[in-house]
Design a protein around this ligand. Structure first.
Ligand code: MF3
Ligand code: CO
Ligand code: CO
Length: 245
């Protein structure tokens, strides 16, 4: 067992546990600023760092993306969660120089049937992408699995952002697209670590970035959901390093 694999497992478990910690506290009335404080405190108490804090100037320890926000939402004390909202919390942790990246979309109280379908389809599409991973598979197999499921379920796949390789840095090339053609793209090899993090929408997949230069929203204002795991390629499949226990 290589030391880097043990380190990646350790940081992956920490990122997953951080997300569980947030999930236990989320409810209507909480602000996204609260989520940021929970993540920073939990992370620091375990001798780790928030990889996203200060990354290319990102001003918080976590991304919180609510409703029509696709990704990279900035936590704020005046953004208070309401019954019926959805909120993606994206945690990236750094421990001993290694990074683990994971996110999930939480439903606050009761959400509409359409939104529930979006959230469930997004998680299933991520799992379909993960199921395509194994030594010898192609990167295009992952995007094909994700987009086929999403489209069959009436959702759109965002193509402006994607997954990424990860290890000693949060973001490493190449890009991991959530659309693709089977049998094309990079050949996956045992030991590679990267994220699969599809963003699905109910309307058009077009996005735009707000004036804060971070918050990415859908152009049409329809809602968007996202799930993310960090995975390790193995001979017969994959090991999800950020699986929640
Ligand atoms: N965790 C995000 C991802 O999945 C990274 C966001 S970069 C930030 O790739 F600077 F916005 F935090
Ligand atoms: Co990521
Ligand atoms: Co992430």
């Amino acid at each position: 067992m290589s030391l880097n694999l043990l380190a990646m497992r350790r940081v992956g478990r920490l990122a997953a546990a951080t997300l569980l910690h947030v999930g236990e506290r989320l409810r209507a009335g909480v602000s996204t600023g609260d989520i940021d404080r929970w993540v920073r405190t939990y992370t620091a108490a375990r001798g780790a760092k928030c990889s996203q804090l200060g990354y290319q100037g990102f001003p918080a320890g976590v991304c919180t993306s609510r409703n029509e926000v696709v990704c990279h939402g900035i936590p704020r004390d005046d953004e208070v969660l309401c019954d019926g909202d959805i909120i993606n919390v994206d945690v990236t942790s750094e421990l001993n120089g290694w990074h683990g990246d994971t996110s999930m979309t939480f439903c606050i109280g009761t959400v509409s049937a359409e939104v529930k379908h979006l959230v469930e389809t997004t998680e299933r599409s991520m799992e379909a992408g993960i199921a395509a991973v194994r030594n010898g598979a192609h990167l295009g197999d992952i995007g094909a699995a994700i987009s086929e499921l999403a489209v069959r379920e009436g959702c759109s796949v965002v193509t402006d952002f994607g997954g990424h390789f990860i290890g000693r840095q949060m973001h490493l090339p190449p890009h991991v697209s959530h659309v693709g053609t089977r049998g094309t793209g990079l050949v996956l090899r045992e030991g590679m670590t990267f994220t699969i993090e599809p963003m699905l929408t109910l309307g058009s997949p077009q996005t735009r970035t707000l004036e804060d230069e971070w918050t990415v929203v859908t152009r049409d204002g329809r809602w968007s959901a996202q799930f993310e795991h960090t995975v390790l390629v193995t001979r017969r499949g994959s090991e999800v390093l950020t699986r929640r226990s």
